[in-house]
Design a protein around this ligand. Structure first.
Ligand SMILES: [Zn+2]
Length: 290
């Protein structure tokens, strides 16, 4: 999750030509849109007044906004939609749900001229797409991370702290963002904001529950060798997930967190998973912004 490789070679001018095949948009206006696209890319897709593209004839905004209708199945720009949806198996925002939608990174309602720009279209799941805010926050520390243009792969930041409830034995897992060395305060805050904006504390509760219930047999087998073997198994699984899904994937963090939970490794997993209660608490995380 977090990052996707952008479409390798896409023809933004060609998309404009296809969308406005009947001359509704002039060549000069297409030049202007191409310039706006370049500016978007140079600014890593951050929201700004410049991205409004002010000063054009009023009709242009609605023409480009409405052209997104062509990026639907069976319409003129259907290939763009199909190509974008092939970029990911799972939603890059949550990391587990299948792809169903295209999200406008900079919201289409506000930034109309970016409605069919390939770099502004991110394949994602419907809950994440429909759950995100309708206009970007005015606070740069709450700007959504750009899936294609802002790589966070150099940081190992996603943590899952696991604990067993002292009375019920139920497992609680809390996801947080570590402020890594070399990470700006703003990026840290944006990552913290990502968990909140896409409601990942709640969504991960369900996923952790499903995922671990499937692991009960494997954990029980590993535990026959004792806590040490179980911990090795959990760490090994975390490494495998890291290789498959990335260092900041929710599964990688989960298994690392479980390996660090003594109560879980000492046999508490049986009671926790036997009850099938996984309570992921949404702990609001404060981040100091410089
Ligand atoms: Zn999602």
């Amino acid at each position: 999750m977090w990052n996707l490789k952008a479409l390798a070679a896409f023809d933004a001018r060609g998309h404009l030509n296809t969308a406005f095949a009947n001359g509704e948009v002039t060549e000069v206006e297409k030049d202007y849109l191409m310039g706006l696209y370049q500016q978007y890319q140079a600014n890593l897709g951050r929201p700004s007044a410049a991205m409004d593209g002010a000063g054009q004839r009023p009709e242009l905004y609605n023409l480009v906004h409405d052209a997104y209708g062509l990026v639907q199945d069976n319409r003129r720009l259907k290939k763009l939609r199909a190509d974008l949806k092939l970029l990911a198996d799972y939603c890059p925002y949550c990391g587990f749900a299948p792809i169903s939608d295209l999200d406008h990174h900079l919201q289409r309602g506000r930034y109309k001229l970016l409605s069919i720009f390939a770099l502004n279209l991110v394949p994602c799941c419907h809950p994440c797409n429909s759950g995100k805010r309708r206009v970007p926050s005015d606070n740069p520390a709450e700007h959504q991370l750009h899936t294609y243009l802002e790589s966070v792969a150099q940081f190992d930041f996603l943590r899952a702290a696991a604990a067993l409830h002292p009375e019920t034995g139920a497992l609680g897992v809390s996801y947080t963002i570590e402020h890594c060395e070399g990470m700006s305060a703003e990026l840290h805050h944006r990552l913290v904001n990502h968990l909140a904006e896409f409601d990942l504390h709640t969504k991960y509760a369900k996923q952790v529950n499903i995922h671990l219930s499937e692991q009960l047999f494997a954990l029980t087998m590993a535990f026959e060798g004792g806590a040490y073997v179980l911990r090795n198994y959990l760490n090994g699984t975390a490494e495998a997930h890291k290789g498959n899904f990335g260092v900041n994937d929710w599964r990688t963090a989960l298994f690392r967190g479980l390996a660090e939970c003594d109560a879980f490794c000492n046999g508490g997993f049986k009671r926790a998973l036997g009850k099938k209660i996984v309570n992921v608490e949404a702990v609001p995380q404060q981040a100091a912004v410089a």
